[in-house]
Design a protein around this ligand. Structure first.
Ligand code: PEP
Length: 253
């Protein structure tokens, strides 16, 4: 069964105190107001992971994720955090291939494919990001461009491993810009990506793959986006830093 997921990407924001307050507020609102089957995944900066996970405790439908992991298994890689270390702290999800990592840290498709494999080998669920630049969207080549990112990053996986993947389609021109893709544009790309998955792994696997939309998603546009048949949730940046907005997005299903 395809899961409905709303993942919050805190990026490089939140002090310890702010992160604790945000998490507590989200947990209280989820408990009091949320009865649907959509789950929340909180992806804070690394130092928050352990204390945020502790706060989450046994809360229903709330999970902890990381924003990145290393493409190396272990060893002398100062400043890096491996999938194995994350798993040992109880991390359940990891965002891989966010456009900011692809652009600012020059993460290649090949490197991302390695990260995905290491995440899976350590029992983490990768949230694999893909999406096109404004230039590519304007040129009209966004569909082959994003399909290629999936092929390169994921299509080396066995069917069993691919079945664990969550995909996040994030048009780069919509991230942090306040310019959301229309629900029709999102649906068109999500359906194209699902067909691409089906062409490699078959219809059943494709039907069961959660494909999230990311890019200026907020409480005002979430319901329309999540109402589309191939949009299974969201990867939320800015709005995930405000408990009210984040929980309202989850409640949009
Ligand atoms: C993101 O960075 O993944 C994102 C979708 O950001 P925002 O919601 O702020 O556009």
């Amino acid at each position: 069964m395809r899961k409905k997921i709303v993942a919050g990407n805190w990026k490089m924001n939140m002090t310890f105190e702010e992160g604790q307050t945000l998490t507590s507020e989200i947990l209280n609102m989820m408990k009091d107001e949320h009865s649907g089957d959509a789950i929340a995944v909180l992806n804070p900066p690394f130092p928050h992971i352990f204390p945020v996970k502790k706060l989450i405790g046994e809360a229903k439908g709330v999970f902890i994720g990381a924003q990145n992991c290393s493409d190396k298994e272990a060893g002398a890689f100062t400043g890096e955090v491996s999938a194995k270390i994350l798993a040992s702290f109880g991390v359940q999800y990891v965002i891989i291939g966010h456009s900011e990592r692809r652009e600012y840290f020059k993460e290649s498709n090949e490197m991302l494919a390695t990260k995905v494999k290491l995440a899976l080998a350590n029992g983490l669920i990768p949230i694999f990001c893909c999406g096109e630049s404004l230039e590519i969207r304007t040129a009209g080549t966004h569909e082959p461009n994003v399909k290629f990112q999936l092929t390169e990053g994921l299509f080396d996986l066995s069917t069993e491993d691919f079945a664990k993947i969550v995909i996040a389609y994030e048009p780069i021109w919509a991230i942090g810009t306040g310019k959301t893709a229309t629900s029709e544009e999102a649906q068109e790309m999500h359906a194209a990506l699902r067909r691409h998955v089906a062409s490699k792994y078959g219809k059943d696997i494709a039907e069961n793959t959660s494909i999230l939309y990311g890019g200026s998603c907020n409480p005002k546009n979430a319901q329309e986006l999540f109402g589309k048949p191939d949009v299974d949730g969201g990867l939320i940046g800015g709005a995930s830093l405000k408990s009210r907005d984040f929980v309202d997005i989850i409640k949009s299903f």
